[in-house]
Design a binder for this molecule. Structure first.
Ligand SMILES: Cc1ncc(COP(=O)(O)O)c(C=O)c1O
Length: 369
């Protein structure tokens, strides 16, 4: 299998650590190690102090899988495999797909969600949203399913648009998959990062026996550096296959990250609640900024997640505009070309406390140009 370059990650590799104003990151600011330790109970602190740097249990240590299982309604620790999110996705696609299989994936989407399937030789159909409000309609998904559809891939809250289905739409998506006995992979990396509590929806693995849910520490928790994620599913066969595949990759997890992840999960609200507050504040700031520059940007306010897909209306391509902004003003944007989704949108990220300064620099740049 030859892997196509991951455009978005290559773009970040080029600019993320050399650019002053990051306006397109999807993660929330990383919490300091001490913040996690300050949340710990005496028993959790003991777990941390007694970490041994040997190999760990391949699916994830039991204490961690117990903490993960508590995040779901129907999942037990044996229904969880822990690994980095990218690896989880890679392993899952490899065990599920072979050349010629039919797959449905949302578009725009985080590239690995469709690229690995394509590179494995699957034929991918794309579920596209209504562009005026980024609404992904279940009826449009239903129209793409064929008798040979092997896998449906969704990502909610959605990167980059911030779309989240309501509970009724989520049920329709599950019904579509169940009717065709199709495996549903739900990338829920932004799970619970929902701007109004009333909009929260359950994890797909709690609703459908053939759903595989992915969640992890990078986005909702602001702990990307832990490199931790997991798959949760009632489909034991798939989990066993992923675990066997993992033997050729990392084999097992880093014990320090396992303990820190457990502590963060056990004190979830101390991580997610401040992130949601920051995201909402930053969206309001950006909304004001976009309305002051209405000849350049059109924002469709997201309801969940940490990003929005903002329309560039000044006639320039997103790639050209982003290129200018990063070279001339040290402002990093993410053009829709990196999502294989046309040339007219920019992903903006709201998870960073530096947003006011970044917007000031952006205003100055737009004024001078
Ligand atoms: C939808 C989605 N899935 C998976 C990932 C990968 O997460 P991580 O960076 O923690 O490996 C990302 C990261 O941006 C993402 O946006």
């Amino acid at each position: 299998m030859t892997l196509t370059d991951f455009k978005l990650e290559r773009y970040f590799a080029k600019y993320e650590f050399t650019t002053k104003h990051l306006l397109s990151s999807s993660d929330c600011d990383g919490y300091p190690l001490q913040y996690i330790l300050d949340c710990a109970t005496a028993a959790e602190r003991k777990l941390y102090d007694e970490i041994k740097l040997g190999y760990t249990d391949s699916p994830g240590s039991l204490f961690l899988r117990e903490a993960i299982a508590r995040q779901y309604k129907t999942i037990t620790p044996d229904k969880v495999v822990v690994t980095s999110p990218g690896e989880a996705n890679f392993a899952l696609m490899n065990v599920l797909l072979k050349p010629g299989d039919h797959v449905i994936c949302m578009s725009p989407a985080y590239q690995s969600l469709y690229q690995i399937a394509e590179d494995l030789g699957a034929s991918v159909s794309y579920w596209k949203p209504a562009t005026e409000n980024w609404h992904f309609r279940p009826a449009d998904l239903a129209a793409l399913v064929t008798p040979s559809t092997k896998l449906i891939i969704v990502n909610f809250p959605h990167n980059p648009t911030g779309f989240l289905p309501n509970a009724a739409e989520q049920k329709q998506i599950v019904d579509i998959a169940r009717q065709h006995n199709t495996v549903l992979f739900a990338d829920e990396m932004y799970h619970q990062l929902v701007h109004e509590d009333k909009d929260q929806i359950p994890a797909f693995c709690d609703l459908y026996e053939n759903a595989v849910s992915l969640w992890g520490m990078a986005k909702s928790f602001g702990l990307a550096g832990l490199r931790m994620g997991w798959l949760a599913s009632h489909n034991q066969k798939i989990l066993d296959q992923v675990l066997a595949f993992k033997d050729y990759l990392t084999i097992c997890n880093n014990p320090i990250s396992e303990v820190l992840t457990t502590i963060a999960l056990n004190h979830k609200e101390k991580f997610i609640t401040p992130n949601v507050a920051k995201i909402k504040q930053n969206i309001s700031l950006f909304e004001k900024f976009a309305s002051e520059h209405a000849n350049t940007f059109l924002l469709n306010r997201p309801t969940a997640g940490s990003t929005a897909f903002v329309k560039l209306v000044n006639g320039e391509t997103a790639m050209n505009f982003s290129d200018r902004a990063v070279r001339e003003a040290g402002i990093m944007l993410l053009p829709s070309e990196m999502f294989d989704y046309g040339t007219q949108h920019l992903r903006i990220g709201f998870g960073r406390a530096s947003m006011p300064q970044s917007l000031d620099a952006f205003k100055k740049y737009l004024f001078e140009k």
